[in-house]
Design a protein around this ligand. Structure first.
Ligand code: EPU
Length: 339
C-alpha cells in the first residue's frame, strides 16, 4: 500500500485539474483492499474511490482520502464451446482489456474500444458506445465491502445496470469496492453494427475479426474525441436526455433535425451534443474552460482551467439548452466538492 500526504490530484483526473488531497492511498491487491477497509480503520473520511479519474470533476481540494485502485491481472476462467469466460481486476486499464480480448479473437468488448478509465469503473458506470454497453458482457462482479472488508459477489441482475449507472453508483454508492469483473465473451462472431457511423466505417464484406471492428471504432473516436493526454477532458460531460415518446414527439415537431434514438423501453434518447451545438456553445471557450470543437458534448481544459470554471461553463450550457428547448441536461461526470 502506498500512502501520500497532501499531494496533487493533477495526474489522477483526466481533466488535469490541480487540486490537493489530504491523503492518496494506492492499493494493489485484494488483501490490501481488505486491510484498507477492515473494521476500525482510521483513514481520514470521506474516502473516495477513483479509477483513472476519467469521469470526475474536482472543484476544490479534497479533505479526506482518495483511494486509487492498482489491482491488476486478466484471466481466462472457463471455455464452454464458443463461450469464453474471462475476468479482469478492477485496476486493469479498460482499453488494455479490450485489446487483450480482441487479440485472442474474442467478441463482446470491441465496440467499447479506446474508452478511458479502468475496468472496475467501467462496470460501475456501465460504459457504452457504438450500440454496446458493458453490461451486455458482464456476468458477475467481485467486491470488497467498504464497511468491513468482507468479500461479496453480485451477479448481473443484482447490479441493476442502467444508462451509465449501476447499484454501485446509486443505492449502494460508497459501500463496495469492485475488485474484479467477470465477462462472457464469444469465440464466434457476434457483431453489433446498428450504429450508423460504425457500419459506414467498416468496408463491405470485411473479415469477421473483432480487431477490425476495434480499429474502426478507434478511427471514429480519434476523429471526434480529444485525447486526454493532449487536452484535458472527461469524455461526454452530459448524458443524452431520455424522454417519454409523447414528450419527445412535441420537441421533434418543433425541431425536426434533432437526432433521436428509440430505446428498448420505447423511451426516446435525444442527442445532447446536437442540443448544445444549436445553442452556439460548440467550440466556445471561457478562459481555459471550453467546449470541444468537434464534439459539443465534451468539455475541455485548455490548460489552466479550474474545476469551478468548468462547472460554471457547464451550468451556462444547461441554462442555454433549457431556455431554447425546455430540457434539463444532467451531468454525466461526477462533481466532487461543495455546491
Ligand atoms: N452531434 C451534433 N453535434 C456534435 C456532436 C454530435 O449535432 O457536436 C450529433 C451527431 O450528428 C449525432 C448525435 O449528435 O447525430 C450523436 O452523436 P455521437 O454519435 O457523437 O454520440 P453521442 O450521443 O454524442 C454517445 C456517448 C459517448 C459515445 C458515443 C458513441 C453519452 C453521454 N455519450 O455520445 O460516450 O462514445 O455515443 O457511441 O451517451 C462518454 O460517455 O464519455 C462517451 C464519450
Amino acid at each position: 500500500m502506498w500512502i501520500y500526504r497532501n499531494t496533487s490530484l493533477r495526474n489522477y483526473n483526466t481533466l488535469g485539474l490541480d487540486y490537493l488531497t489530504d491523503y492518496l492511498v494506492k492499493i494493489r491487491t485484494e488483501k490490501e483492499a481488505f486491510e484498507f477497509f477492515r473494521k476500525g480503520n482510521t483513514w481520514k473520511k470521506p474516502v473516495k474511490i477513483i479509477g483513472q479519474g476519467s469521469n470526475i470533476l474536482f472543484t476544490e481540494d479534497y479533505k479526506g482520502t482518495i483511494l486509487c485502485i492498482g489491482l491488476g491481472g486478466i484471466r481466462k476462467e472457463k471455455v464452454k464451446g464458443n463461450e469464453v469466460i474471462i475476468s479482469a481486476a478492477a485496476g486493469v486499464l479498460w482499453d488494455k482489456l479490450v485489446e487483450w480480448t480482441v487479440s485472442r479473437g474474442l467478441w463482446g468488448l470491441e465496440n467499447l474500444s479506446l474508452i478511458p478509465g479502468q475496468t472496475g469503473a467501467a462496470a460501475v458506470q456501465n460504459i457504452g458506445a457504438y450500440g454496446a454497453e458493458v453490461k451486455d458482457s458482464i456476468i458477475k462482479i467481485k467486491t470488497v465491502s467498504a464497511i468491513d472488508g468482507s468479500i461479496k459477489y453480485f451477479d448481473r441482475d443484482e447490479c441493476r445496470f442502467g444508462y451509465r449507472k449501476s447499484i454501485f453508483k446509486t443505492s449502494e454508492k460508497g459501500k463496495y469496492l469492485v475488485t474484479r469483473v467477470y465477462f462472457r465473451l464469444s469465440a464466434e462472431p457476434v457483431m453489433r453494427l446498428e450504429y450508423g457511423s460504425l457500419r459506414n466505417e467498416l468496408k463491405k464484406g470485411f473479415k469477421p475479426d473483432p480487431s477490425i471492428v476495434r480499429e474502426a471504432v478507434i478511427r471514429i473516436r480519434r476523429n471526434k474525441l480529444p485525447d486526454h493526454e493532449l487536452i484535458g477532458n472527461a469524455g461526454s460531460f452530459f448524458k443524452n436526455p431520455v424522454l417519454k415518446s409523447a414528450e419527445a414527439a412535441i420537441i421533434k415537431k418543433k425541431f425536426p433535425d434533432l437526432p433521436c434514438y428509440t430505446e428498448p423501453t420505447g423511451d426516446i434518447k435525444l442527442a445532447a451534443a446536437w442540443l448544445i451545438e444549436q445553442t452556439g456553445w460548440k467550440g466556445k471557450r471561457l478562459g481555459d474552460a471550453g467546449v470541444y470543437d468537434k464534439q459539443a458534448l465534451v468539455l475541455v481544459n485548455h490548460g489552466n482551467a479550474s474545476g469551478q470554471q468548468i462547472f460554471d461553463l457547464s451550468e451556462m450550457i444547461r441554462k442555454s439548452v433549457y431556455e431554447k428547448f425546455g430540457i434539463r441536461l444532467q451531468r454525466e461526470v461526477e462533481v466532487v466538492g461543495l455546491h
